[in-house]
Ligand binder design. Structure first.
Ligand code: FMN
Length: 471
């Protein structure tokens, strides 16, 4: 298994989530259930369930981050960010510019980080008087949030007249990544000088994170807001995770597809993690992910593109189109097997007879089977992965389904061990047999094992990489 270090490689994945509730009341149940689950996922430490306090639930356990604050209104968000990083398991050392101290006090940041804040290169607390060296050598990454336009210009020119810029310049560039979260007025952001600086800073090895858009403290509206703390947290977690999609493979696109659906409604086990976890894990592993989503009120994992569809037929069309450029397709929950043959424009009322209305149904296409049996998939250019929860005979049922649908790989969970729990075990089945992934939290399984298992199989696949060369 190859775990290349460094920034994400820009691979592309395709994810689909349906929630295609042709029967509305059931669909509503899906929405409520899945949304709750997403909310829990976004907050691993405070999540409900059995493994909420385990070390594996802490995304940044063992990581030491330097959080640099430069002068901008968004410093108020850095307090929340500091808390979030610590809650995710990191230790955080705060360094502030003189201008940042105008916006938030070192006292606040010290209280939140639990460490004295550094503000001056002349700090006498360091025995060797070299805070800029000591701080940068200890860090797994340096994050400047907010990063002012001025600070960016300083970094660009390699200036070092205060502790934060000096520390950034003095960091071992190959070992300590520098992430910048810009925050500024929309005109400052759009200025050619700033845009030029973004490009050059990236070329110099920094990672410039995006900005938000909307109402700004100055009263104007536009691009340039600092990303929200939870967005930055997700970006940092993704950045620091190992990459497992082979860097040298000639893929430009990978395509997991996950689909919460009406069928999920029958079981409380089929929740947001059906799509959120594989898509998030794949994105963190360096893939470019597209999610095809039915009408469900779910948050899209950060960094994942999303295409919304309204019906099983829409989903089939969207998947067919997206699959043309994709290299991997992952389907984690099927759309409904059946849909009503005719839709009633009016409510179907009781007529007092006590007889239930007779409804006719039409079969929905089996999207995974169709895609897996397409010429591209059969030629090995599109690697197809299915998911299912089984009540018994996990390996036999999974293998039978894989063969029936002609998928390259199948992932199965045991429904009885899944219900109401935040942990599960997974069986990954392919033509070689089956591999059991021991019980762990669902996110941890998706991240640490499943995405790697898929990547290994794709890399070993005879025709993988022959499609969609990187642009
Ligand atoms: C009220 C106020 C708000 C400011 N907000 C920002 C901001 O959001 N982004 C920015 O780049 N500069 C902003 N500035 C300007 C910076 O604080 C100024 O350029 C400062 O020199 C930055 O210093 P530093 O980069 O060393 O931290 C603001 C200035 C004032 C007075």
């Amino acid at each position: 298994m190859h775990f290349p270090a460094g920034p994400p490689q820009g691979k592309k994945l395709l994810l689909g989530g349906s929630g295609l509730h042709e029967v509305k009341s059931v669909g509503a149940y899906v929405v409520a259930d899945t949304f709750r689950s997403m909310t829990n996922q976004a907050n691993p430490v405070g999540s409900v369930g059995g493994d909420q306090n385990s070390a594996e639930a802490l995304d940044l356990a063992g990581k030491h981050l330097v959080l640099g604050l430069s002068g901008g209104i968004a410093c108020y968000k850095s307090a929340e960010l500091c808390r979030a990083l610590i809650k995710a398991g990191a230790t955080v050392q705060v360094v502030m510019t003189e201008a940042a101290e105008q916006f938030i006090t070192p006292v606040t940041m010290q209280a939140l980080s639990g460490r004295p804040v550094y503000t001056s290169q002349w700090d006498a607390r360091e025995a060797n008087s070299m805070a800029h060296i000591n701080l940068s050598r200890e860090a797994d990454a340096i994050l400047i949030a907010p990063c002012s336009a001025d600070f960016m210009a300083k970094l660009l020119h390699g200036r070092a007249d205060d502790l934060l810029s000096l520390m950034c310049l003095a960091r071992p560039i190959d070992m300590v990544p520098l992430l910048l979260a810009p925050a500024m007025n929309r005109e400052m952001y759009a200025h050619p000088a700033t845009q030029r600086n973004f490009v050059q800073l990236e070329a110099d090895g920094a990672r410039v994170l995006g900005v938000g858009s909307g109402f700004q403290a100055c009263g104007e509206t536009g691009d340039g807001r600092m990303l929200e703390p939870e967005q930055l947290l997700e970006d940092i977690i993704a950045f620091l995770r190992p990459r497992c999609w082979p860097v040298n493979a000639c893929w430009s696109r990978l395509a997991p597809l996950t689909r919460p659906s009406i069928r999920c409604a029958a079981s409380p086990t089929c929740r947001a993690e059906k799509w959120a976890l594989p898509s998030r894990a794949a994105r963190e592993a360096g893939a470019e992910v597209t999610l095809i989503a039915g009408p469900v009120g779910l948050l899209t994992p950060r960094g994942v593109s999303r295409i919304d569809v309204k019906s099983a037929q829409n989903m089939l069309e969207a998947v067919t189109e997206q699959a043309q450029a994709a290299t991997i397709f992952i389907a984690t929950a099927a759309v409904a097997d059946w849909r009503p043959a005719a839709l009633s424009a009016q409510k179907i009322k009781k007529d007092g007879s006590g007889h239930a209305p007779q409804l006719e149904f039409t079969e929905n296409a089996d999207i995974l089977a169709k895609v897996a049996q397409s010429a591209a998939a059969q030629a090995g250019q599109l690697f197809c992965v299915g998911f299912a929860a089984e009540s018994h005979d996990l390996a036999e049922n999974a293998q039978a389904k894989r063969l029936r649908k002609k998928c390259h790989c199948w992932s199965a969970t045991s429904a009885p061990t899944l219900l109401g729990r935040t942990t599960t075990l997974l069986l990954v089945v392919d033509e070689q047999g089956s591999t059991e992934l021991p019980r762990a939290s669902k996110l941890s399984l998706a991240r640490r094992r499943l995405v790697q298992e898929i990547a290994t199989r794709v890399a070993a696949h005879p025709s993988s990489g022959q499609k969609a060369k990187a642009p």
